[in-house]
Design a protein around this ligand. Sequence first.
Ligand code: F6R
Length: 261
Amino acid sequence: MEVVPLGSADEIAATAADVFEAVVRRNSAAVLGLATGSTPLPTYRELIRRHQAGVGPSYRGVTCFNLDEYVGLPTGHEQSYRATIARELTDGLGIGADRVNGPDPSPDGLPTAGARYEALIQAAGGIDVQLLGIGADGHLAFNEPGSSLASRTRIKTLTAQTRKDNARFFSSLDEVPTHVLTQGLGTILAARHLVFIAVEESKADAVAAAVEGPVSASCPASVLQLHPHVTVLLDPAAASRLERLDYYREVYAAKPAWQGL
Ligand code: F6R
């Protein structure tokens, strides 16, 4: 795990955008893993800004996989993760809807939705780079505390806290779905490179537990410690409870330029 303490959310956005662009420049048919929530938005805006300014790569050949999806929203609901990713990222990058995949929340297909999504990811050759945020309770995608570290895509029940946290996207708490389809922790571990980003003090305890705590289902994001290539991008507030913060700074400052992220 490479922990990179950065100065601001803007610096995180620029660094994460560099990583995604480098993957697409190396392979124009790259497979990108996308997250929703507030944390990735500055990164998405930066990718779109560069692309539209003509300095970013072409995304015509890429395929995308969303991390998760609400269950129970009407098709096309503006807060569905399919609609959110189109609005916040893929439309702006010129990636057609047919190249953006998400778990299928249609009621009749729920029993097989997880296995079908896993098969789609596998058929695409696996995910090259996966963007991730973290919940204040340590959830990764929507694997809430207690989720199996080996889990695959499946239906999960959101905790009361996560529904409350996400209520800001809806007109009332009652409208926030209780269930989601989410990539499992084992699914996430199978991606080739994980870019994990966190900002603000509200995430500081969860970040410390994920990065420096024991690997445990009680903090699902601690599973990242088992992955061979994780880049952790943090603003000062999110990094503030890390015990080895000075060491991470020292390592990053001395990082050889040839190594990249
Ligand atoms: C979103 C997701 C969630 C969020 C997490 C943090 O696809 O899987 O794990 O990353 O809930 O959300 P924000 O960024 O809104 O604080």
